[in-house]
Design a protein. Structure first.
Length: 326
């Protein structure tokens, strides 16, 4: 570079006049070589610091955000899973969209509630309120006959198994993704959870089996495999309330039936909520809610709803025709 040329030029002039030796010039060239990278990297490091500062500012903004959900109950308690909504209305503050409008239902421990409807009908909003990610604007939500606001928040959520449609897996082994917060569980318990979620046969086909690394966000797995691992994770915890939020959308009908059959055995004496847009996912439920625009259009069992020839019946016929065409 320019510094090397200047060193040789000035050093050469000085050497000709006998003021320095050729060795002195060589020393200066060596020093310049050692200083070039540190000086050049100053700009790179400065850029990194500026980007890190901007990222830290965004993280600080998130960490300093205060939730509107207050945890007033100090004592943790075991819940049975009795859930009741009384004229519950809810609007998302950030969008102003009214997700639920005077919704009422009651599900007892050991029963399964299915919620079906098109996208945006308010199905997932019910799950969010049961997990108390939000508080209802109007009406009352009761757990075991007690206001949900009077139940210890951390205790409530620790007893709920929630399986979202958008699955998140860590860049870790399949076993650790299933065990998650229960890493002390034995291999047998993890394997049983995988069997109940109908993913065991797929896992043992991998060369490393349960020690297979799934990659970032489970990139090495199919959508159906990721959903079933997420289901196994929820089942492993043996929750009092299990919520499936349209998490069977990527599995075939046969696998879906196997999972729901296992679920009926696992959740005996516990409460399950199945949210779906497919009739095949909800027909075995104890009680079915048909929702649209945040309201309950119909409710009852599969047979009762088919007999009424209403929205549920029309949806059932439509999906049967789609299956026949496929």
């Amino acid at each position: 570079g320019l510094s090397t040329i200047l060193t040789i030029y000035i050093g050469g002039s000085e050497a000709i006049q006998g003021r320095i030796t050729e060795g002195n010039i060589a020393q200066f060239l060596l020093y310049i070589g050692r200083l070039t990278w540190p000086i050049a990297s100053l700009g790179w490091v400065t850029s990194l610091i500026q980007r890190a500062a901007a990222s830290q500012a965004r993280i600080n903004e998130f960490l300093e955000t205060r939730t509107s959900i207050s945890n007033t109950a100090a004592v943790a308690e075991q819940i049975r899973g009795d859930i009741e909504f009384r004229n519950v209305s809810f609007t998302y503050a950030h969008s102003g969209i009214k997700a639920l409008d005077r919704v009422s239902f009651h599900i007892r421990p050991g029963q399964s509630l299915a919620i079906i409807g098109r996208t945006g009908s308010g199905k997932s909003s019910i799950a969010n309120l049961v997990c108390r990610l939000y508080d209802a604007d109007e009406g009352e939500i009761l757990i075991d006959g007690k206001s949900i606001k009077d139940i210890n928040l951390y205790s409530l959520r620790s007893q709920i198994g929630y399986v979202p449609q958008e699955v998140f897996l860590f860049s870790d082994t399949i076993a650790n993704n299933i065990a998650f917060s229960s890493l002390s569980e034995s291999k047998e318990v993890i394997a049983q959870a995988a069997k109940d979620a109908a993913i065991y046969s797929s896992i043992i086909e991998f060369p490393e089996k349960f020690e297979t690394m799934v990659g970032e966000r489970g990139i090495t797995l199919s959508g159906g495999q990721k959903q079933r691992i997420s289901i196994a994770r929820a089942i492993l915890r043996q929750p009092r309330i299990l919520i499936f939020d349209d998490c069977l959308s990527a599995v075939d009908t046969q696998t879906e039936e196997e999972i729901l059959h296992n679920l009926a055995r696992i959740m005996k004496g516990r409460t399950s909520i199945i949210i779906s847009h497919r009739v095949s996912s909800v027909k075995q439920a104890s009680h079915i809610l048909v929702m649209d625009n945040g309201r309950i259009l119909e409710e009852g069992t599969h047979e009762q709803l088919l007999g009424r020839k209403g929205a549920y019946h029309q949806l059932h016929l439509k999906q049967l025709l789609e299956e026949e065409k496929a």
